[in-house]
Design a binder for this molecule. Structure first.
Ligand code: ADP
Ligand code: ADP
Length: 234
């Protein structure tokens, strides 16, 4: 069933100002439950803007967006925040972990933000996720004590802790060396396979994109390509 139904999305920055610019010119995209999609395109083609709109971090100028069947374009900020917390996980190029907190505290942070406290069941779930991303020995470590790849794995555990149906990742391996990139990518694929989470992953790495199930390419604010990726035996 459809998770995302985006129709005729247009986005204009600086509306009404001299710098006014339309950066997405009528983008339509459907994402079904369980898909693992690579989003590619040259720098400035609108990938981050599209991801931010899909992630309810930014509003569109016109068009319609249904998330799990619900039209979201007219919801107020409070409603959007609720949807964002429960339906979406985010992984960014830079991990955005809180430096003063341990890996485990960082992973439980979404519960704290949403409910104001963390109960035993939630704590157990966070531990289980850190274990699943291979960090059972590093739960008490602060981000600065972890390698870049390990920091990204903490960020992935945090993105998954509320069990969202969809995770949006903006160049999650963009800041990593090849070996750590591969590890992080394999981990995303494993979370997809084992937990049924859908992923939209922005990447500049065509080698990794070839290992996604579907490739969507933006050029100059339009979808220039949208095709199923041939199986690659990963
Ligand atoms: P990509 O992620 O593909 O590099 P972006 O979505 O970041 O593309 O940017 C698409 C275009 O929109 C670029 O021309 C960029 O300069 C512009 N842009 C992005 N964010 C803003 C903003 N907040 N204000 C004005 N222009 C923006
Ligand atoms: P990337 O190309 O890796 O997506 P950018 O360096 O283009 O990243 O953009 C980084 C951040 O700055 C993004 O949040 C984007 O929305 C914002 N941004 C990009 N271009 C502009 C712009 N012209 N004016 C204001 N903000 C911008």
């Amino acid at each position: 069933q459809p998770l995302i139904e985006l129709d005729g999305l247009r986005k204009t920055y600086n509306a009404g100002l001299p710098a006014e610019a339309e950066v997405l010119h009528g983008v339509s995209l459907r994402v079904n439950v369980g898909e693992f999609i690579a989003l590619m395109g040259p720098s400035g083609s609108g990938k981050s803007t599209l991801l931010n709109i899909l992630g309810l971090l930014e509003r569109m100028t016109s068009g319609s967006y249904r998330l799990q069947g619900e039209p979201v374009q007219d919801l107020d900020d409070t409603e959007l925040t609720l949807r964002r917390r429960h339906l979406l996980g985010f992984v960014f190029q830079f991990h955005h972990l809180l430096p003063a907190f341990s890996a485990l505290e960082n992973v439980t942070m979404p519960f704290l933000m949403t409910h104001g406290h963390v109960n035993d069941k939630q704590l157990a779930h966070a531990r289980e996720l850190l274990d699943a991303v291979g960090l059972s020995q590093a739960m008490k470590k602060r981000p600065s004590e972890l390698s870049g790849g390990m920091q990204q794995r903490v960020a992935i555990a945090r993105a998954l802790v509320m069990s969202p149906p969809l995770v949006l990742a903006d160049e999650p391996t963009g800041n990593l060396d090849t070996a750590s990139s591969d590890e992080v990518f394999v981990l995303l694929r494993r979370m997809h396979a084992e937990r049924g989470v859908s992923f939209v992953v922005v990447t500049h790495d065509s080698r990794l994109a070839a290992r996604c199930d579907r490739l969507v390419e933006l050029v100059d604010g339009r979808i220039a390509r949208d095709e199923v990726t041939p199986p690659s035996g990963v």
